[in-house]
Design a protein around this ligand. Sequence first.
Ligand SMILES: *Cc1c(COP(=O)(O)O)cnc(C)c1O
Length: 229
Amino acid sequence: MAFEFLAENLKTLQTAVDETCQTCDRDPKKVFVLPVTKRQPLEKLQALYDLGERQFAENRVQEMLDKAEQLPSDLTWHLIGPLQSNKVRQALKFAKYIHSVDSAKLLNRIERIAGEDAKKVKVFLQVNITEEEQKSGFSKDAVEAVVKNSLSFENIEIIGLMAMGRSGASAEETKATFCELRELRDSLQLINSKITELSMGMSGDYKLAIQEGSTYIRVGSLLLGDREY
Ligand SMILES: *Cc1c(COP(=O)(O)O)cnc(C)c1O
């Protein structure tokens, strides 16, 4: 196989996840390793598929569509990047999970279009925990109302929250960010009991994220190598 290193990387990462879970008394089965395949060639995705991976994450709608159309149909696609409102219908063609819902307007639009197209979608609300101007996401204060207003949704299931650490932050700061997201999830769960998941942690900070309760780590470069375009 041309991409033997992928099998090795998968194994190494899963071992590290298992070991991290041991240090914080968590069940490794509750931490899903989601490969981020953005800007990686189709051959690498096919190789991961051949190794048994069935879920991939992309950050651009068009790239997800292009890849999904060329790969087996039993794959589950996650959208993790910004979603423009005019791309919702396209995104719903393949995305079963959207991690990057960052406005009530977008959420309502997804609910409506999913209904029109008979799709069901699981959603994470992206929270700008670090309050960075250039970052998208709800403010911490805004999410409670959003959750209350979406209790009657029929096509969207809000399953959790997503956030990213501040780039360049210390381990302590990143851990505090992830801790804040977990506490926010805990409080929202009292309003909507289906809000159980935390999409947090990437190649550089997934161990901290696991220690703070992450249930989906989104790992790109550490697993697949440098992005190619
Ligand atoms: C690219 C990306 C990742 C993966 O980043 P790596 O550092 O390569 O693991 C995770 N989450 C989001 C939202 C991304 O855009």
